[in-house]
Write a protein that binds this ligand. Structure first.
Ligand SMILES: C[S@@+](CC[C@H](N)C(=O)[O-])C[C@H]1O[C@@H](n2cnc3c(N)ncnc32)[C@H](O)[C@@H]1O
Length: 243
């Protein structure tokens, strides 16, 4: 899959920084675009449904919201390693990462996919169906803090194997706390965009997204309820394992 040149529309922040674009969307943590291309070519094994959904996603107005291909092998590996049967994703967009994870779920497994809008998930739904995983994805539309609280009430604490946080950064702390409750001991939550296109280095950042990412990174680093590993995959992903 060719990934070079897939520039995404920049989202400008009040402090002048930009994310989801501006040329660094792919491989924030990588030394060069060529090295990033090499990494994708040697880790992302093409899948016709994932490729079709990625292509559709790149046609959307907010295409920069779609995770890059190197996030897929990481998410899929975590589904396998945790032997996940129950997953929650916060932030669906067109459902590219949801599809990647759902493809790894065993029979009877379920991925609860939470988004505030049904508009973009509708792009992915026919492809979920074609891939044979539509019945494994339960889509919840509404503010994710409400959805996660509802899931906690309905399913109970310690009932999930895995989570993925990839929505509005200002609410990351709430998503993290709610998902930690949902996870069983040994369960993992992956936190996306933890390098935020390099903006985490801006100590004077005032925008809510950058501050939200900086705050959750600081908090997770000191959190003795969990084991952690921050990776320069995609835009930075922290793997958090509940003790
Ligand atoms: C970066 S995109 C998710 C991308 C997706 N994980 C993928 O790579 O295929 C972020 C998504 O979070 C959703 N979102 C933003 N604020 C939200 C909120 N308060 N509650 C639930 N979803 C929200 C947006 O609608 C958007 O679809």
């Amino acid at each position: 899959m060719a990934v070079q040149g897939q520039q995404t529309p920049a989202v400008s922040h009040s402090d002048g920084s930009s994310n989801y674009g501006g040329g660094l969307k792919y491989g924030t943590g990588m030394g060069s675009p060529d090295l990033y291309q090499y990494l994708v070519e040697h880790s992302y094994r093409p899948n016709q449904h994932l490729d079709a959904l990625h292509e559709e996603s790149m046609k959307q107005g907010r295409r920069g919201m779609c995770s890059p291909p190197d996030s897929i092998p990481l998410l899929q590996m975590m589904v396998k390693l945790t032997q996940a049967k129950k997953i929650v994703e916060v932030g669906v967009f067109t459902g590219y990462t949801a599809l990647g994870m759902a493809l790894m779920l065993p029979e009877g497994g379920v991925l609860h996919a939470c988004d505030i809008s049904a508009e973009y998930p509708a792009v992915g739904q026919p492809i979920w169906k074609a891939a044979g995983v539509a019945d494994k994805i339960s889509l919840h539309i509404g503010p994710a803090t409400d959805t996660l609280a509802d899931l906690l009430a309905a399913e109970g604490e310690g009932t999930f194997d895995m989570g993925f946080i990839d929505a509005d950064k200002a609410n990351y702390d709430s998503y993290y706390e709610l998902i930690l409750k949902l996870l069983r001991p040994g369960g993992v939550v992956l936190v996306d965009n933890v390098l935020w296109n390099g903006s985490v280095l801006k100590t004077t950042a005032v925008d809510a997204d950058t501050r939200g990412i900086q705050a959750i990174n600081d908090k997770i680093f000191k959190d003795d309820r969990v084991d952690i590993c921050m990776l320069p995959v995609s835009d930075g992903v922290t793997i958090v394992r509940k003790k």
